[in-house]
Design a protein around this ligand. Structure first.
Ligand SMILES: Cc1cc2nc3c(=O)[nH]c(=O)nc-3n(C[C@H](O)[C@H](O)[C@H](O)COP(=O)(O)OP(=O)(O)OC[C@H]3O[C@@H](n4cnc5c(N)ncnc54)[C@H](O)[C@@H]3O)c2cc1C
Length: 323
């Protein structure tokens, strides 16, 4: 029976929601096939992690504390997670496909000389693992089976549904083996980008703008609609290249990969490179005045109209409902 470990990413103590989504899915797999769900946190607040992880079904939370885990350093984190895997021996380690996770996963896998599967959106255990990941810019899926006995798998945020189980997780510490590491690269400081208030990759609702907004000054319309929905504001590359918004908003092949429950695309044509970053959204709404725009092929709901009519009306109506 597989023991599944889930990495809880924390930055300055704030833990990423993708960890709870991965724990929920791990619990479903463990409930069906046996085995335990563990989670592991480096630095941060292990007691808070145990309380939260237990809520979603973790049996145990392993922790290693210390200042060396703040800020993030891939060499130190990689060494610590590999030490955890060697000590605890999970069958699979799940890491969120966040900026940190994409950096960390391959490092841990290399240290353990095991398979590394990135950007997964599905996980099955039936005597062996089957990991589902999108390929060809999200046009198809492939199911990958790791051949090594242990595997590191990166999971896209919002790929799995949260499910509360409400039982506390037991706490356990481990020796991360990082004292005295002379890291070859040191993080001096982290400067927050000027992106949206809600992190795109974690957002449950995203309102994105494309060249249809005509100019930088009109991005405020999109932000207003986003605010009314408690959503993050995204962008196509066209308007990032035009310097209407910062790169941190960009969704797509060369931007962020997102998987919200609701993605509202305003004045976005639906180029393959944009779809690559958002086509796994659970529900896609497109607003475009061109009925033949390719975005309508992936949209669940399409509004063929001028966004300058629709977006303010939607914002007002949502505001009324919310108040
Ligand atoms: C290697 C590579 C990587 C790339 N990576 C990315 C990426 O990560 N993300 C990304 O987005 N793109 C990326 N692109 C660019 C991509 O190919 C497209 O050029 C880009 O997505 C187009 O952006 P857009 O839809 O905003 O603009 P357009 O294609 O110009 O579409 C604008 C849309 O707005 C509609 N419109 C105009 N006015 C209105 C109105 N008043 N109301 C409603 N609708 C209106 C139009 O009908 C049109 O469909 C990449 C390209 C390459 C080559």
């Amino acid at each position: 029976m597989p023991n599944i470990a889930v990495f809880i990413e924390q930055r300055d103590g704030a833990m990423k929601k993708v960890a709870w989504q991965m724990i929920s899915e791990a619990r479903r797999i463990a409930d069906a096939g046996g085995g335990e769900v563990w989670s592991v946190i480096l630095g941060g607040d292990p007691a808070a992690a145990a309380a939260e992880a237990g809520k979603y079904g973790a049996d145990k939370v392993w922790s290693a504390g210390g200042d060396e885990f703040n800020p993030y350093n891939s060499e130190i984190y990689g060494t610590a997670l590999a030490a955890f895997c060697k000590a605890a021996g999970p069958d699979i380690l799940l890491i969120g496909s966040t900026a940190m996770g994409k950096d960390l996963g391959p490092k841990v896998a290399a240290k353990l000389e095991c398979a590394c599967i990135s950007d997964a959106v599905g996980l099955k255990f039936d005597g062996g693992w089957e990991v589902r990941r999108p390929i060809f810019a999200g046009k198809c899926f492939t199911d990958v089976t790791p051949t090594s006995s242990m595997a590191v798998v990166g999971i896209r945020p919002n790929a799995f549904i949260l499910e509360e189980k409400a039982a506390p997780a037991a706490g356990e510490t481990f020796d991360a083996g990082v004292s005295g590491i002379d890291a070859k690269a040191v993080v001096e400081r982290i400067e927050a980008g000027g992106g949206g208030k809600i992190e795109l990759t974690e957002a449950e609702v995203i309102v994105s703008a494309g060249r249809g907004i005509k100019g930088a000054e009109n991005f405020a319309l999109i932000e207003k609609l986003a605010d009314s929905l408690g959503a993050a504001a995204g962008a196509s590359r066209a308007i990032v290249d035009a310097e209407w918004v910062e790169y941190s908003h960009q969704v797509g092949q060369t931007g962020k990969t997102v998987g919200p429950n609701l993605y509202i695309a305003c004045g976005i044509s639906g180029a393959i490179q944009h779809l690559a970053g958002m086509s796994s959204s659970k529900c896609i709404v497109a607003i475009n005045k061109d009925a033949n725009a390719p975005i309508f092929k992936v949209a669940d709901y399409g509004i063929v109209a001028d966004l300058f009519d629709i977006v303010p009306t939607l914002t007002d109506e949502i505001g009324k409902i919310r108040s």
